[in-house]
Write a protein that binds this ligand. Sequence first.
Ligand SMILES: *Cc1c(COP(=O)(O)O)cnc(C)c1O
Length: 392
Amino acid sequence: MKFHTKAVHAGDRKRLGPDTPVTTPIYTAASYLHDSTARLDRIFGHTEHGYAYQRYDNPTNAALEEQITALENGHGTLTCASGMAALQIAVLAACATRPKSVLCAEAIYGATIRMLDSVFAPLGFAVHYVDACDPAAVETAIDQHKPGCVLVETISNPLLRVCDIERLAVLCRKAGAALVVDNTFATPLLMRSLELGAHLVVHSLTKFLAGHGDVLGGAVISDEEHFEPVRQLSRTCGPVLGPFEAYLTMRGIKTFPLRMERQCANARSLAAWLRNHPKVERVFYLDDPAHPDAAVIRRLLPEGLYGAMVSFEIRGAQRDGIFDFLDRLKLVVRATSLGDVHTMVLYPMMSSHREVPPDLRDRMGIRENLVRLSTGIEDMEDVEADLDQALA
Ligand SMILES: *Cc1c(COP(=O)(O)O)cnc(C)c1O
């Protein structure tokens, strides 16, 4: 089945009897009643599929999980209460039978750095960072640190670097490490890392997949090897998504490919508009022929689908000037998230990269005049008019 078809059909219309609901209902029951205790025994013993208790499994979540598995071409999915819960489970599953050592991309979501440094490191995990867009540096770091898990993002925040997942997967497999990929920014429409050799893919469902700014959720999509360990961790620790959120996410995903195509097209035209704006010093977008990862982008991403994130520097602006620019915006939503149907803006220095030490921030190339946009599905003429008056 093709991608757009899977988004609409996968997971739904499970036969419950002669009359099948066309869309998956919200199952709120905490536990299930069975015809016989022998059946419950088989469900507990995993010799028969069925529902016993909501921390283990739930039909609404199961439908969503089937839908996400289809989109990422994985073996199976666990949905979680947040993207961070999903990342935590993925790293634990990756390291369960491997060295307690994580090699993480330097350019990564701020909360991911916090999770590794303030939760995993104090528990005894070795945590090291590397420039994931430099395969030679990754190879050296793998040799040196012998990680159990290598953790990267498909499109980094906020400078939109793209690492070579295919190459990293080869390096990880050679060294026996598990490759965990946070695919929140690229989404499965642009990149399917399990097909490229990764072991586990993670999403914040909160962003593009649910897409409407009204759900917090996460997902771990895994290969066959890691699927049971992921589910076992979840059954034990219980970071599961609630059925209401599962329903909303599943509904959101049905239009996700359409939204994402439109958001990518909008980002591309907005990036072109920004490049021509006299107040804009520099634009970061994946269609730039001078992008440092242009060759990888050409090889791994579909032609014309370069994501819905655009970052840009405002000429000569300092912190106060950026605050004024943000406060003048009337349409573009100034809030901490991305991937929604409405265009959003965020100031990385103040939010996502607030706690990154200034010297590291400089080394990463995140300057004081940088803002990050996530394009929605609006008509970009209106967004451009709003940005124009705010830049004036
Ligand atoms: C938002 C985000 C997360 C965390 O997801 P939550 O749903 O907020 O817990 C992780 N990684 C990336 C790339 C994100 O954008």
